[in-house]
Design a protein around this ligand. Structure first.
Ligand SMILES: Cc1cc2nc3c(=O)[nH]c(=O)nc-3n(C[C@H](O)[C@H](O)[C@H](O)COP(=O)(O)OP(=O)(O)OC[C@H]3O[C@@H](n4cnc5c(N)ncnc54)[C@H](O)[C@@H]3O)c2cc1C
Length: 442
């Protein structure tokens, strides 16, 4: 018998595992959470002034599971004297900087978070039937181990760069480091933003004013056929639900993949207000003469070369199937994020479920270990569960489900049905009948 064994070891302390850490104390579970970073900081590269989170403030760490929790956003507003101003502001959307500060406030109240603790391997100790999590201190290099009966992997996603643009020399950046590199961008003579989502639009809007003030050229290029808005209509939002996740999860792999691609516009587009704000800004700036900007849709950057001073971008127009080139001094790749299977799981790969494409086959209860219910993932299951995976509004539901699997009881009530519509064949459907009125196979 060696070393203390925790009930739960959480790997990664982004909003999802931080939410789990906030929801765990009432369960009596002995849990510890590890993160390689030196403290909580939420997408600091995209802390653009005035940017808001894209979900209602109720999508905080705890409220959808436990509205009475002391770790709620409303309680943070109260404790920090911001409740009345927030009330008067009358907006459901918290500022991104507020969400970051709120999460840090919650993190500072939890005794069981270990920062500077990078997980490098997870092993299974068969003798004790526990998981051994190997940790490397990012500040001292010291190695240690943490033992746990259950492991919850919440390591989020990584910046994604299209293959043709990987390994580029020169001042190219990914949107995840925008704020830190903004001044250098503004000091260059020309900037090109590549991408079609919210981050690309926010960066373009943030730099647009500078085309006059700082005199640089600003181009925005996207492969998408248009600058499409995120869809916010309420019947579509009902797809962010337990029952749609049930429906999606039960579909064959190929159907899920196809649907997943189709559904990207639902949550990978641009908020409608921002699209209009960009248009109105272009309109206003154009009153003083042509705005030094080009917006290109249906255009893919197929290659980029840095000559020491500028990039030569090779572009392919999707519909015209023709190529052309553009030059730019700076390049911003707002090309999204992707979930990866963490390398630290390789030593327990034989205990995990894999799909035909070599990805984790995540069960409906978010476990990945052959129904044992001992290893779970957070926000690594978009390919099995669909659009709820990265959604902050669904984090508390998923955590309630994971805690129910671990404790064997519903610590927090878990809604099974929240939508007015049915997904798939409704329960009260009658079987198809032949002309003779006989039931025929569905
Ligand atoms: C700019 C931006 C804005 C977004 N805005 C919204 C929004 O408004 N609404 C919404 O619903 N969703 C939003 N999302 C999507 C999503 O909710 C966020 O990405 C969210 O941060 C995901 O949380 P997470 O807990 O999965 O991971 P992350 O926040 O990515 O955190 C993962 C943590 O794991 C740690 N980690 C990684 N590897 C290891 C390791 N080996 N050992 C220890 N620790 C490790 C990292 O240091 C990190 O702290 C946004 C995403 C981005 C990029």
């Amino acid at each position: 018998m060696s070393g203390h064994v925790h009930d739960v070891v959480g790997i990664g302390i982004g909003p999802f595992n931080l939410g789990l850490a906030c929801l765990t104390p009432p369960t009596g579970l002995d849990a510890v959470f590890l993160d390689g970073a030196d403290g909580f900081r939420w997408h600091h590269g995209m802390m653009i002034e005035g940017a808001t989170i894209q979900v209602p403030f109720l999508a905080d760490l705890v409220t959808m599971a436990d509205p009475t929790s002391e770790y709620s956003f409303l309680n943070w507003l109260k404790q920090t004297g911001r409740l009345y101003p927030f009330y008067i502001r009358e907006s459901f959307s918290a500022l991104r900087v507020e969400y970051d500060a709120y999460c840090r406030w919650a993190a500072e109240r939890l005794p069981n978070l270990r920062w500077n603790s990078e997980v490098v391997a997870v092993e299974h100790d068969a003798a004790e039937d526990v998981y051994v999590v190997r940790v490397m201190r990012t500040d001292t290099g010291e190695e240690s181990e943490v033992r746990g009966r259950h492991v919850v992997v919440g390591v989020g996603t990584r910046p994604a760069v299209p293959r043709a643009l990987q390994g580029l020399a020169g001042p190219v950046i990914h949107s995840s480091e925008y704020r830190e590199r903004r001044d250098a961008l503004r000091a260059s003579g020309s900037i090109t933003v590549v991408g079609s989502g919210q981050s690309a639009a926010e960066i373009y809007r943030d730099l647009l004013e500078g085309t006059r003030a700082d005199g640089y050229r600003l181009d925005w290029i996207t492969r998408s056929p248009r600058f499409f808005p995120m869809e916010y209509t309420k019947l579509t939002l009902e797809m962010t639900s337990p029952e749609y996740t049930d429906h999606f999860h039960a579909l064959p792999l190929d159907v899920r993949s196809h649907l997943g691609r189709e559904q990207r516009s639902l949550y990978k587009g641009i908020s409608g207000d921002l699209v209009d704000d960009i248009y109105d800004t272009l309109y206003r700036l154009s009153a003083e003469g042509p705005v030094p900007t080009t917006l290109l849709t249906d255009t893919e950057v197929t290659s980029a070369e840095w000559d020491g001073e500028r990039y030569r971008l090779r572009l392919r127009h999707g519909t015209l199937d023709s190529e052309h080139e553009r030059e730019t001094e700076s390049l911003v790749l707002a090309t999204g994020y992707a979930a990866e299977t963490p390398a630290f799981l390789s030593l327990v790969a034989d205990r995990l479920d894999w799909d035909a494409r070599g990805r984790l086959a995540v069960a409906r209860d978010y476990s990945i270990d052959g129904g044992r219910g001992r290893i779970f993932v957070q926000n690594g299951e978009e390919h099995t569960h669909g659009l709820t995976a990265p959604d902050l509004g669904f984090g508390a539901w998923r955590n309630s489900s994971i805690l129910a699997s671990i404790t064997g009881r519903e610590v927090y009530p878990i809604e099974r049905r929240i939508a007015f519509q049915d997904f798939g064949v409704p329960a009260d459907a009658s079987a198809p009948r032949s002309a003779e009125g006989l039931e025929v196979a569905r």
